[in-house]
Ligand binder design. Structure first.
Ligand code: GDD
Ligand code: MG
Length: 337
Protein backbone atom coordinates (compact mmCIF):
# COMPACT_ATOMS: atom_id res chain seq x y z
CA UNK A 1 0.00 0.00 0.00
CA UNK A 2 1.05 3.65 -0.52
CA UNK A 3 0.66 6.64 1.77
CA UNK A 4 0.59 10.38 1.18
CA UNK A 5 2.17 12.20 4.11
CA UNK A 6 1.19 15.87 4.35
CA UNK A 7 4.28 17.80 5.37
CA UNK A 8 3.81 21.14 3.63
CA UNK A 9 2.17 23.36 6.24
CA UNK A 10 3.93 26.51 7.40
CA UNK A 11 4.05 25.44 11.05
CA UNK A 12 2.84 28.91 12.01
CA UNK A 13 2.10 28.09 15.63
CA UNK A 14 5.63 26.74 16.17
CA UNK A 15 7.36 29.84 14.86
CA UNK A 16 10.11 30.91 14.97
CA UNK A 17 11.48 27.35 15.23
CA UNK A 18 9.75 26.40 11.97
CA UNK A 19 11.34 29.28 10.04
CA UNK A 20 14.40 27.08 9.49
CA UNK A 21 13.13 23.59 10.41
CA UNK A 22 9.92 22.27 8.83
CA UNK A 23 7.54 21.08 11.56
CA UNK A 24 7.82 17.37 10.59
CA UNK A 25 11.61 17.57 10.89
CA UNK A 26 11.72 18.91 14.44
CA UNK A 27 13.17 16.09 16.54
CA UNK A 28 10.85 14.17 18.81
CA UNK A 29 13.14 12.82 21.54
CA UNK A 30 15.88 11.14 19.49
CA UNK A 31 15.01 11.67 15.82
CA UNK A 32 13.18 13.97 13.43
CA UNK A 33 9.47 13.58 13.91
CA UNK A 34 9.02 12.41 10.30
CA UNK A 35 11.22 9.38 11.09
CA UNK A 36 8.63 8.24 13.62
CA UNK A 37 5.88 8.67 11.01
CA UNK A 38 7.79 6.75 8.33
CA UNK A 39 8.72 3.98 10.80
CA UNK A 40 5.05 3.67 11.78
CA UNK A 41 4.13 3.29 8.09
CA UNK A 42 6.85 0.67 7.59
CA UNK A 43 5.58 -1.27 10.62
CA UNK A 44 2.20 -1.58 8.87
CA UNK A 45 3.69 -2.73 5.59
CA UNK A 46 3.46 0.55 3.64
CA UNK A 47 5.96 0.32 0.78
CA UNK A 48 5.96 3.88 -0.53
CA UNK A 49 5.34 7.31 0.97
CA UNK A 50 4.64 10.34 -1.22
CA UNK A 51 5.55 13.74 0.21
CA UNK A 52 5.49 17.34 -0.97
CA UNK A 53 6.04 20.74 0.58
CA UNK A 54 6.07 24.28 -0.78
CA UNK A 55 8.28 25.28 2.19
CA UNK A 56 11.92 24.45 2.95
CA UNK A 57 12.14 21.78 0.26
CA UNK A 58 15.95 21.74 0.55
CA UNK A 59 15.78 20.85 4.26
CA UNK A 60 13.58 17.86 3.42
CA UNK A 61 16.02 16.87 0.67
CA UNK A 62 18.91 16.50 3.12
CA UNK A 63 16.71 14.56 5.53
CA UNK A 64 15.64 12.15 2.80
CA UNK A 65 19.20 11.65 1.58
CA UNK A 66 20.23 10.61 5.07
CA UNK A 67 17.38 8.13 5.54
CA UNK A 68 17.82 4.60 4.25
CA UNK A 69 15.03 2.64 5.94
CA UNK A 70 11.66 1.89 4.33
CA UNK A 71 9.21 2.93 3.08
CA UNK A 72 10.59 4.24 -0.22
CA UNK A 73 9.98 8.00 -0.34
CA UNK A 74 8.86 9.77 -3.49
CA UNK A 75 9.28 13.54 -3.31
CA UNK A 76 6.92 15.70 -5.36
CA UNK A 77 7.65 19.38 -5.90
CA UNK A 78 4.81 21.67 -4.82
CA UNK A 79 5.74 25.14 -6.13
CA UNK A 80 2.82 26.93 -4.43
CA UNK A 81 0.75 25.67 -1.48
CA UNK A 82 -1.98 23.35 -2.77
CA UNK A 83 -3.73 22.93 0.57
CA UNK A 84 -4.38 19.54 2.11
CA UNK A 85 -6.65 18.25 -0.70
CA UNK A 86 -4.54 19.72 -3.50
CA UNK A 87 -1.40 18.04 -2.15
CA UNK A 88 -3.22 14.72 -1.79
CA UNK A 89 -4.79 14.91 -5.25
CA UNK A 90 -1.46 15.84 -6.81
CA UNK A 91 0.30 12.89 -5.19
CA UNK A 92 -2.59 10.51 -5.82
CA UNK A 93 -2.80 11.14 -9.55
CA UNK A 94 -0.56 8.16 -10.21
CA UNK A 95 -2.10 5.87 -7.56
CA UNK A 96 -4.86 3.72 -8.98
CA UNK A 97 -5.83 2.02 -5.71
CA UNK A 98 -6.89 2.97 -2.16
CA UNK A 99 -4.15 4.76 -0.22
CA UNK A 100 -3.44 6.17 3.21
CA UNK A 101 -3.18 9.88 4.00
CA UNK A 102 -1.44 11.11 7.14
CA UNK A 103 -1.09 14.60 8.50
CA UNK A 104 2.67 14.82 9.00
CA UNK A 105 2.48 16.42 12.44
CA UNK A 106 0.70 13.69 14.38
CA UNK A 107 2.26 11.33 16.89
CA UNK A 108 0.13 8.22 16.98
CA UNK A 109 0.34 4.47 17.41
CA UNK A 110 -2.91 4.09 15.49
CA UNK A 111 -3.55 0.62 14.07
CA UNK A 112 -3.25 1.50 10.38
CA UNK A 113 -3.85 -2.12 9.39
CA UNK A 114 -7.17 -2.08 11.28
CA UNK A 115 -8.11 1.23 9.65
CA UNK A 116 -7.52 -0.17 6.16
CA UNK A 117 -9.45 -3.35 7.02
CA UNK A 118 -12.46 -1.34 8.22
CA UNK A 119 -12.34 0.82 5.07
CA UNK A 120 -12.54 -2.30 2.90
CA UNK A 121 -15.29 -3.88 4.97
CA UNK A 122 -17.39 -0.70 4.89
CA UNK A 123 -16.87 -0.26 1.14
CA UNK A 124 -16.35 3.45 1.85
CA UNK A 125 -14.93 6.11 -0.47
CA UNK A 126 -13.12 7.60 2.54
CA UNK A 127 -12.48 6.35 6.07
CA UNK A 128 -11.39 8.88 8.69
CA UNK A 129 -9.64 7.97 11.95
CA UNK A 130 -11.43 9.67 14.85
CA UNK A 131 -10.44 10.56 18.39
CA UNK A 132 -12.46 11.84 21.33
CA UNK A 133 -11.47 15.27 22.71
CA UNK A 134 -12.82 17.67 25.35
CA UNK A 135 -12.54 20.77 23.15
CA UNK A 136 -12.99 20.34 19.40
CA UNK A 137 -12.02 23.92 18.40
CA UNK A 138 -8.51 23.13 17.01
CA UNK A 139 -9.80 20.14 15.03
CA UNK A 140 -12.36 18.89 12.53
CA UNK A 141 -15.49 17.94 14.47
CA UNK A 142 -17.15 14.83 13.09
CA UNK A 143 -20.62 13.42 13.71
CA UNK A 144 -21.12 9.71 13.06
CA UNK A 145 -24.16 7.46 12.95
CA UNK A 146 -24.37 4.35 15.10
CA UNK A 147 -23.20 2.32 12.13
CA UNK A 148 -20.09 4.50 11.89
CA UNK A 149 -21.11 6.55 8.88
CA UNK A 150 -19.89 10.17 8.92
CA UNK A 151 -22.91 12.50 8.85
CA UNK A 152 -21.13 15.84 9.23
CA UNK A 153 -17.57 17.22 9.13
CA UNK A 154 -17.10 20.70 10.60
CA UNK A 155 -13.52 22.05 10.56
CA UNK A 156 -12.50 24.26 13.52
CA UNK A 157 -15.89 24.68 15.23
CA UNK A 158 -16.23 27.96 17.13
CA UNK A 159 -17.53 26.50 20.35
CA UNK A 160 -15.53 24.52 22.89
CA UNK A 161 -17.55 21.33 22.67
CA UNK A 162 -16.41 17.77 23.40
CA UNK A 163 -16.75 15.18 20.67
CA UNK A 164 -15.15 13.01 18.02
CA UNK A 165 -12.63 14.78 15.83
CA UNK A 166 -10.61 14.03 12.73
CA UNK A 167 -7.36 12.42 13.91
CA UNK A 168 -5.62 13.34 10.64
CA UNK A 169 -5.30 9.83 9.17
CA UNK A 170 -7.48 8.59 6.31
CA UNK A 171 -7.89 5.83 3.79
CA UNK A 172 -9.13 7.22 0.48
CA UNK A 173 -10.30 5.70 -2.77
CA UNK A 174 -8.77 7.60 -5.73
CA UNK A 175 -12.29 8.92 -6.62
CA UNK A 176 -12.43 10.84 -3.34
CA UNK A 177 -10.08 13.51 -4.70
CA UNK A 178 -10.81 13.08 -8.42
CA UNK A 179 -12.58 16.44 -8.72
CA UNK A 180 -9.87 18.51 -6.99
CA UNK A 181 -8.47 20.96 -9.58
CA UNK A 182 -4.73 20.64 -10.30
CA UNK A 183 -4.00 24.24 -9.30
CA UNK A 184 -4.90 26.48 -6.38
CA UNK A 185 -5.24 25.56 -2.72
CA UNK A 186 -8.07 23.21 -1.75
CA UNK A 187 -8.77 21.97 1.77
CA UNK A 188 -9.71 18.34 2.31
CA UNK A 189 -11.29 19.28 5.66
CA UNK A 190 -13.29 22.35 4.60
CA UNK A 191 -14.16 21.36 1.03
CA UNK A 192 -13.66 17.73 0.03
CA UNK A 193 -15.09 15.88 3.06
CA UNK A 194 -18.18 18.12 3.39
CA UNK A 195 -18.84 17.79 -0.37
CA UNK A 196 -18.50 14.00 -0.31
CA UNK A 197 -20.89 13.76 2.65
CA UNK A 198 -23.42 16.10 0.94
CA UNK A 199 -23.28 14.03 -2.23
CA UNK A 200 -24.32 10.94 -0.26
CA UNK A 201 -21.00 9.12 -0.77
CA UNK A 202 -20.06 6.64 1.92
CA UNK A 203 -17.63 8.31 4.32
CA UNK A 204 -16.79 6.18 7.34
CA UNK A 205 -15.36 6.89 10.78
CA UNK A 206 -12.86 4.70 12.67
CA UNK A 207 -12.89 5.35 16.40
CA UNK A 208 -9.89 4.13 18.34
CA UNK A 209 -8.38 4.49 21.79
CA UNK A 210 -4.84 4.56 20.38
CA UNK A 211 -2.40 7.30 21.37
CA UNK A 212 -2.86 10.42 19.27
CA UNK A 213 -1.51 13.96 19.45
CA UNK A 214 -1.13 16.82 16.98
CA UNK A 215 2.27 18.47 17.44
CA UNK A 216 1.24 21.82 16.01
CA UNK A 217 1.72 24.05 19.07
CA UNK A 218 4.63 24.40 21.53
CA UNK A 219 2.43 23.00 24.31
CA UNK A 220 1.27 19.97 22.32
CA UNK A 221 4.79 19.28 20.99
CA UNK A 222 6.13 19.27 24.56
CA UNK A 223 3.19 17.15 25.75
CA UNK A 224 3.80 14.56 23.00
CA UNK A 225 7.49 14.46 23.93
CA UNK A 226 6.68 13.88 27.61
CA UNK A 227 4.12 11.21 26.69
CA UNK A 228 6.81 9.43 24.64
CA UNK A 229 9.20 9.67 27.63
CA UNK A 230 6.49 8.16 29.85
CA UNK A 231 6.07 5.20 27.48
CA UNK A 232 2.51 6.16 26.51
CA UNK A 233 3.17 5.63 22.80
CA UNK A 234 3.34 2.00 21.69
CA UNK A 235 6.68 1.17 20.08
CA UNK A 236 8.59 4.05 21.74
CA UNK A 237 10.61 3.54 24.88
CA UNK A 238 13.07 6.00 26.39
CA UNK A 239 14.84 6.83 29.62
CA UNK A 240 13.46 9.96 31.32
CA UNK A 241 15.11 12.41 31.27
CA UNK A 242 16.54 11.55 27.86
CA UNK A 243 20.12 12.71 27.42
CA UNK A 244 21.91 12.09 24.14
CA UNK A 245 25.25 10.32 24.60
CA UNK A 246 27.12 13.22 22.98
CA UNK A 247 25.61 15.89 25.27
CA UNK A 248 27.81 17.40 27.98
CA UNK A 249 25.81 17.83 31.13
CA UNK A 250 27.29 19.11 34.39
CA UNK A 251 26.94 16.71 37.30
CA UNK A 252 25.94 19.74 39.31
CA UNK A 253 22.88 20.70 37.29
CA UNK A 254 19.29 19.65 37.95
CA UNK A 255 17.31 17.94 35.19
CA UNK A 256 13.62 17.19 35.70
CA UNK A 257 12.12 13.92 34.48
CA UNK A 258 10.50 15.50 31.42
CA UNK A 259 13.58 16.79 29.71
CA UNK A 260 15.27 15.96 26.41
CA UNK A 261 18.89 16.96 25.91
CA UNK A 262 19.87 16.66 22.25
CA UNK A 263 23.18 15.74 20.63
CA UNK A 264 26.17 17.94 21.61
CA UNK A 265 24.00 20.14 23.86
CA UNK A 266 25.74 21.53 26.94
CA UNK A 267 24.40 22.32 30.39
CA UNK A 268 26.48 24.23 32.91
CA UNK A 269 26.87 23.91 36.70
CA UNK A 270 23.86 24.67 38.87
CA UNK A 271 21.54 25.11 35.89
CA UNK A 272 17.97 23.81 36.28
CA UNK A 273 15.94 22.42 33.39
CA UNK A 274 12.35 21.21 33.75
CA UNK A 275 9.68 20.16 31.22
CA UNK A 276 11.74 21.27 28.22
CA UNK A 277 13.43 20.12 25.05
CA UNK A 278 16.98 21.23 24.25
CA UNK A 279 17.77 20.53 20.60
CA UNK A 280 21.19 19.68 19.16
CA UNK A 281 24.00 21.95 20.27
CA UNK A 282 21.88 24.08 22.62
CA UNK A 283 23.86 25.68 25.43
CA UNK A 284 22.48 26.34 28.93
CA UNK A 285 24.79 28.56 30.93
CA UNK A 286 25.73 28.16 34.59
CA UNK A 287 22.90 28.76 37.00
CA UNK A 288 20.33 29.34 34.22
CA UNK A 289 16.76 28.11 34.80
CA UNK A 290 14.67 26.79 31.92
CA UNK A 291 11.09 25.55 32.14
CA UNK A 292 8.30 24.66 29.63
CA UNK A 293 10.52 25.68 26.73
CA UNK A 294 11.81 24.51 23.36
CA UNK A 295 15.42 25.56 22.90
CA UNK A 296 16.35 25.37 19.21
CA UNK A 297 19.53 23.93 17.71
CA UNK A 298 22.65 25.81 18.88
CA UNK A 299 20.56 28.37 20.77
CA UNK A 300 22.32 29.79 23.83
CA UNK A 301 20.93 30.70 27.21
CA UNK A 302 23.36 32.85 29.13
CA UNK A 303 24.47 32.39 32.73
CA UNK A 304 21.80 32.94 35.31
CA UNK A 305 19.06 33.63 32.74
CA UNK A 306 15.53 32.52 33.71
CA UNK A 307 13.29 31.30 30.90
CA UNK A 308 9.80 29.82 30.79
CA UNK A 309 7.32 29.01 28.02
CA UNK A 310 9.87 30.02 25.39
CA UNK A 311 10.41 28.93 21.79
CA UNK A 312 13.90 29.74 20.59
CA UNK A 313 14.85 29.25 16.94
CA UNK A 314 18.17 27.96 15.70
CA UNK A 315 21.09 29.96 17.11
CA UNK A 316 18.90 32.34 19.17
CA UNK A 317 20.54 33.95 22.19
CA UNK A 318 19.20 34.81 25.64
CA UNK A 319 21.72 37.12 27.29
CA UNK A 320 23.09 36.29 30.74
CA UNK A 321 20.97 37.39 33.65
CA UNK A 322 17.82 37.99 31.54
CA UNK A 323 14.38 36.89 32.78
CA UNK A 324 11.90 36.05 30.04
CA UNK A 325 8.46 34.49 30.10
CA UNK A 326 6.96 33.28 26.79
CA UNK A 327 9.90 34.55 24.71
CA UNK A 328 9.99 33.90 20.96
CA UNK A 329 13.44 34.57 19.53
CA UNK A 330 14.08 34.23 15.78
CA UNK A 331 17.01 32.36 14.27
CA UNK A 332 20.36 33.93 15.17
CA UNK A 333 18.73 36.84 17.05
CA UNK A 334 19.47 38.05 20.55
CA UNK A 335 16.54 38.62 22.92
CA UNK A 336 16.10 42.33 23.56
CA UNK A 337 18.63 43.43 20.94
N1 GDD B 1 1.79 19.59 1.08
C1 GDD B 1 1.03 20.41 1.80
N2 GDD B 1 0.55 21.55 1.21
N3 GDD B 1 0.77 20.09 3.09
C2 GDD B 1 0.01 20.95 3.80
C3 GDD B 1 -0.52 22.14 3.27
C4 GDD B 1 -0.23 22.45 1.89
O1 GDD B 1 -0.62 23.47 1.32
N4 GDD B 1 -1.24 22.77 4.24
C5 GDD B 1 -1.16 22.00 5.35
N5 GDD B 1 -0.39 20.89 5.10
C6 GDD B 1 -0.08 19.79 6.01
C7 GDD B 1 0.56 20.23 7.34
O2 GDD B 1 1.98 20.17 7.24
C8 GDD B 1 0.05 19.20 8.31
O3 GDD B 1 0.86 18.03 8.36
C9 GDD B 1 -1.31 18.80 7.74
O4 GDD B 1 -1.31 19.23 6.38
C10 GDD B 1 -2.47 19.44 8.50
O5 GDD B 1 -2.26 20.82 8.57
P1 GDD B 1 -2.24 21.59 9.98
O6 GDD B 1 -1.97 23.01 9.68
O7 GDD B 1 -1.37 20.90 10.95
O8 GDD B 1 -3.76 21.47 10.38
P2 GDD B 1 -4.43 21.46 11.83
O9 GDD B 1 -3.56 20.80 12.83
O10 GDD B 1 -4.89 22.84 12.14
O11 GDD B 1 -5.75 20.57 11.60
C11 GDD B 1 -5.68 19.32 10.93
O12 GDD B 1 -5.30 18.28 11.82
C12 GDD B 1 -6.26 18.00 12.89
C13 GDD B 1 -5.74 16.78 13.64
O13 GDD B 1 -4.60 17.09 14.32
C14 GDD B 1 -7.04 19.00 10.30
O14 GDD B 1 -6.88 17.87 9.49
C15 GDD B 1 -8.10 18.76 11.38
O15 GDD B 1 -9.33 18.38 10.78
C16 GDD B 1 -7.64 17.66 12.31
O16 GDD B 1 -8.58 17.47 13.38
MG1 MG C 1 -1.67 19.98 12.80
Amino acid sequence: MKAVVLVGGEGTRLRPLTETIPKPLIPLVDRPFLEHVLDHLAAHGVGEALLSSPYLEEVFASFLQARHDGPRVTWITEPTPLGTAGAVANAAREIGEPFLVLNGDILTDLDLTGLVALHREAGAIATIALALVEDARPYGLVTVSEAGRVLEFREKPQQAIPGLVNAGTYVLEPEAVRDVPPEGAVSIEREVFPALIDSGASVHGYVSQDYWKDLGTPESYLRATFDALEGRVKGLSYAAPYVDSTARVSLRCHLGRWVVVGPAARIGDDAEVEDSVLLAGAVIGEGARVRDSIVGPSATIGRGAVLSGAVLAEGAVIPSGTSADGARVAAGKVLGA
